[in-house]
Design a protein around this ligand. Structure first.
Ligand SMILES: Cc1cc2nc3c(=O)[nH]c(=O)nc-3n(C[C@H](O)[C@H](O)[C@H](O)COP(=O)(O)OP(=O)(O)OC[C@H]3O[C@@H](n4cnc5c(N)ncnc54)[C@H](O)[C@@H]3O)c2cc1C
Length: 473
């Protein structure tokens, strides 16, 4: 069967583009690695940023620029913020209901973050949109090759139930998310490992701003799973304090905005304070228990399961890798990968330039919605058809015996040397490790190494600190 469009990834970017393709009668296939809900979108807690009204658009734009250290692409930020007004209506018309009231998160100057299910915005949105989806679905299938010739995409190769095969389409959308699994501590879903950014590089496609990796300051890392528990920005936005073992709110020593400073500043301050031998906690004791339970039900339940007496007991926290600002560069009008006629990239895997050197909280779901729609509209408008060409299947060995060992070591090296504070020496160490390891692993793991190498190379190249990229030397 040949499809009008293959979408790689079942997060909100993928599902939202499918919505418009479905409505236009396009035969669409969503291919996803594990289960549909195994994606970062499902775990988004805080919400979706949408400008309150026309008057708020310039203020939202300014906040986005400030958070991004003015490294953002101006035109992309304008598209993002203006489109947020129509998105609100679109979601309401589609039948989605946000919780009453909007909230404020770090570095937003007004309350404009819309949430649902308390702290389960991603889960509520994902479930709602997926329920209405009419695409074909191939789950438990890993894409390991793009079928490309010149400037045209013909489909993808998948590994599904131990079988490799090609699937063909007139258009391909990459919506495969970020790179969380490259880091020892991360908040991301287990499926998010940056393989397709690596595959893009293998295919000669350029990535941009890969040094711009965001670390979330408030993460509960004392869990047994590799995915650590994020404690949403909204907690600090609504009054939670960051304290050390002496109860001191030490953030003010680093930035006068204290808890409401941008994520990079707060993450760095916590990291440095920890390096001085302190323990760091999130104090939520100012919240009434009933309010907390209703407003942050997921966090409340999960921490109670870990025997933390919420909201009375301070929560031990650490920063952790959270979000990738860089990615596959696209044309912001069509979401098309630069240089291609029918290959698109949307959501966290894409670089649109909206986030600059650091993402403003809750701008990423907004980016998914806005640019996913643009991709779908472009596909419908262009109605591009590919010739029926057959491709051989990539013969490379996908797995090798020692993959796990190398993956874990990579996670450690990335956390220690390519994390919150970077030096030339540390980055060179990481580069050497990556170059020496990448041919010892199976092809799927190698793709992670290729992505990691892009991050390290970009971090080496940018010698001065900017936003979330902090070079100590
Ligand atoms: C814990 C957490 C909380 C967050 N909270 C917020 C928030 O409140 N507000 C906000 O705006 N943003 C938030 N973010 C960020 C936001 O959730 C993500 O940036 C966004 O959901 C990314 O959506 P996406 O559709 O691009 O990718 P994802 O939702 O991550 O989906 C990627 C999909 O691609 C699939 N995939 C990957 N590789 C392959 C492959 N090789 N083959 C097949 N399939 C593949 C995955 O299985 C998955 O289905 C949060 C992120 C996390 C982790």
């Amino acid at each position: 069967m040949k499809f009008d469009c293959i979408i790689i990834g079942s997060g909100i970017a993928g599902l939202w583009s499918a919505k418009f393709l479905n409505e236009a009668g396009k035969k669409t296939l969503i291919v996803t690695k594990n289960q549909v809900w195994d994606c970062n979108s499902f775990y988004a807690q805080g919400g979706v940023t949408m400008a309150i009204d026309e008057n708020d658009v310039p203020i939202h734009i300014e906040d986005t620029f400030k958070a991004g250290s003015f490294h953002n692409k101006k035109e992309a930020v304008e598209i993002l913020s203006k489109a947020s007004l129509s998105l609100k209506k679109e979601l309401l018309d589609y039948g989605f209901k946000f919780d009453p009231g909007v909230t404020k998160e770090g570095a937003h100057s007004v309350k404009r973050v819309y949430h649902a299910g308390g702290d389960a915005t991603g889960r509520e949105l994902h479930r709602f949109i997926f329920k209405k989806d009419k695409s074909y679905l191939l789950d438990e299938a890993v894409v390991f090759d793009f079928l490309l010739e010149d400037d045209v995409a013909y489909g993808v190769s998948v590994l599904h139930k131990n079988r490799k095969y090609n699937i063909y389409a007139n258009n391909v959308i990459i919506a495969s998310g970020g790179v969380g699994a490259l880091y020892k501590y991360d908040t991301n879903a287990r499926t998010i490992s940056g393989d397709l950014q690596g595959l893009a590089v293998e295919k000669g496609i350029k990535l941009k701003d890969m040094e711009m990796t965001q670390f979330h300051p408030t993460v509960f890392i004392e869990t047994r799973f590799s995915q650590k528990l994020l404690l949403t920005e909204a907690l600090r936005g609504e009054g939670a304090h960051i304290i050390d073992e002496n109860g001191k709110r030490f953030l003010f020593e680093y930035d006068k905005r204290g808890e409401l400073a941008g994520r990079d500043i707060v993450s760095r301050a916590i990291f440095l304070h920890q390096q001085k031998g302190h323990k760091v906690f999130l104090d939520v004791s100012m919240f009434d228990e009933e309010y907390f339970k209703k407003r942050f039900p997921t966090i409340y339940q999960k921490l109670r399961d870990y025997d933390i007496n919420i909201p009375y007991e301070p929560i031990p926290i650490s920063p952790a890798f959270h979000y990738m600002m860089g990615g596959i560069e696209v044309d912001i009008n069509s979401s098309k990968v630069l240089g291609f006629k029918n290959l698109y990239a949307i959501g966290e895997v894409a670089y649109t330039g909206v986030h600059g050197a650091n993402r403003l909280a809750s701008n990423s779901l907004l980016e998914c919605f806005v640019f996913a729609k643009r991709a779908a509209e472009d596909i419908v408008k262009k109605n591009f058809k590919t010739d029926n060409i057959e491709f051989d299947i990539e013969k490379k060995e996908l797995f090798k015996k020692e993959d796990k060992k190398y993956k874990n070591r990579l996670r450690e090296v990335m956390w220690e040397k390519v994390g919150i504070i970077r030096t030339k020496r540390g980055l060179n160490y990481a580069l050497e490790f990556i170059e020496n390891s990448m041919d010892k692993v199976g092809y799927l793991t190698k793709l992670r190494f290729v992505t990691a190498k892009e991050i390290v190379k970009a971090a080496l190249k940018r010698e001065k600190p900017l936003g979330t990229h902090f070079r100590k030397d």
